[in-house]
Design a protein. Sequence first.
Length: 86
Amino acid sequence: MIRVTPLNMVLAAMLVYILYTRTGLFGQTIENRQLVSVWGVLAIALLFFIADLIFRHYIKSTKRIWIVQLIFIIFVAVLTMIISRI
């Protein structure tokens, strides 16, 4: 059974963002600043992928997975904003 979770959706959005910024199909220029951004997005995407696997292994209820993963996404987003301001 395939379960769609918030981390799956965020991970898919991140991968689309990486493809959009790195392919140059839409006429955008690639700068060094974007390269750092892409590596940051890849690191967070890897974190979300591993976290999704862990949450799926330990939490069997789909409702609880959604709640826990939404809290995790908010936590990572806030932590990323705090770290980027330092």
